[in-house]
Design a protein. Structure first.
Length: 371
């Protein structure tokens, strides 16, 4: 065990006796995500570096405190990428870390076509609430016997332990890409996306939003050159210049797109996860920003409207997350950030948390506001 990991394990053992809460922190770019943070900071900045990278095997092993931008740059040199496009939040785009990427479990515009963060986690090293260093999974896809613990870490928000290292599957950058633009309303955009989803098209990402009352659908295609060119000819629309489109998709990924910036601070940002076939959902008369071929919809609405918003999401077969509070209330509020879990699922969550963190040290209350 190296010195940095050993120091973290010792600190955890030292605080376990009196159950002193610790707040795990990488770059801090996702501090807004989840309930109000509690505890003394446990920094993972010393856990840095790519420990193994086999481009021919499409596998990289990297320590949790490594800047996400550093990992992506190393992959780009070999013509490879993290296809789920993890977001880089915060003013400093280089601050986000690999551990934070996995712990938050957030994916970018391509998620509906290529899968989520958890689908690319092959293995992980974790320090649990007893200060024990545990290793799960490995560096190949078929390496799991029993519970797939390494993938359970994706989206756990640090409540199971300190992620020290992860092994990730990576993919080659697509040979061809194109972004098409269509002018249409939300209902037509959802209809088109559902129609296209049933065809053999190289769909990769989509986004619909309104600006000055005019709705626009953006569709990104990725794949073989012949497939992308054939799809462009078949679908029509206005083809965007790739370099400019790449900037727009990056702004969307990082929530720096003008839609997110408009009226910032006045309303809460709600994330609705619903079936792609769900119809237009009327929430406070505001047009959403729609991603993931209809499966992810962002709305701006008061936090106090939580019950009605969640009822609408449930009726559509999904759920709603209070993703960001208004700037004036970012530090508090009595509205739960996450939708309520069913009783059986909640029991499983709490049982897992107790098994890995019996003294309730890590990120206390991050997932369950009442803790």
């Amino acid at each position: 065990m190296d010195q940095a990991l050993s120091q973290i394990a010792r600190r955890i053992r030292a605080v376990a006796a009196d159950a002193t809460p610790l707040r795990i922190r990488g770059g801090g770019t996702k501090d807004f995500h989840g309930e109000v943070l509690q505890g003394d900071v446990l920094d993972t900045a010393a856990l840095t570096g790519i420990t193994s990278y086999e481009p021919s095997e499409l596998v990289v092993t990297v320590r949790a405190g490594t800047p996400l931008a550093e990992l992506e740059a190393a992959l780009a040199e070999k013509g490879q990428c993290l296809p789920f496009e993890p977001p880089h939040f915060g003013e400093n785009a280089a601050a986000g870390t690999v551990g934070g990427m996995v712990a938050a479990g957030l994916s970018g515009p391509a998620r509906a076509s290529v899968g989520a963060v958890r689908d690319y986690v092959l293995g992980a090293t974790l320090v649990n609430g007893r200060g024990e260093v545990l290793t799960f999974g490995g560096q190949v896809m078929k390496n799991v016997a029993g519970y797939d613990v390494s993938r359970v870490l994706a989206g756990s928000l640090g409540t199971l332990g300190v992620i020290a290292e992860v092994s990730l599957k990576v993919l080659p950058v697509a040979p061809a890409e194109a972004t098409l633009e269509f002018t249409c309303n939300q209902a037509d955009a959802l209809r088109l996306l559902n129609e296209w989803g049933g065809r053999p098209l190289p769909l990769n990402a989509s986004c619909w939003f309104e600006q000055a009352g005019v709705g626009t659908l953006y569709l990104r295609l990725r794949g073989a050159v012949a497939a992308v060119e054939a799809a462009c000819a078949h679908l029509g629309g206005e083809r965007k210049e790739n370099a400019l489109a790449a900037v727009e998709w990056r702004l969307l990924r990082d929530q720096q797109h003008p839609w997110f910036a408009a009226d910032e601070g006045a309303m809460a940002l709600w994330r609705l996860s619903v079936p792609q076939t769900a119809p237009v959902l009327a929430i406070d008369g505001n047009a959403p920003l729609v991603e993931w071929h209809g499966g992810q919809r962002w709305y701006k609405a008061p936090a106090e409207h939580a019950a009605r918003i969640r009822d609408i999401a449930h009726a559509a077969g999904g759920h709603a997350t209070l993703f960001r509070m208004p700037a004036s209330r970012a530090a508090g509020g009595d509205v739960p950030r996450f939708d309520a879990l069913s009783a059986p699922v909640a029991r499983i969550h709490r049982a897992l948390m107790h098994e890995f963190d019996p003294h309730r040290i890590f990120n206390r209350g991050r997932l369950f506001a009442a803790e």
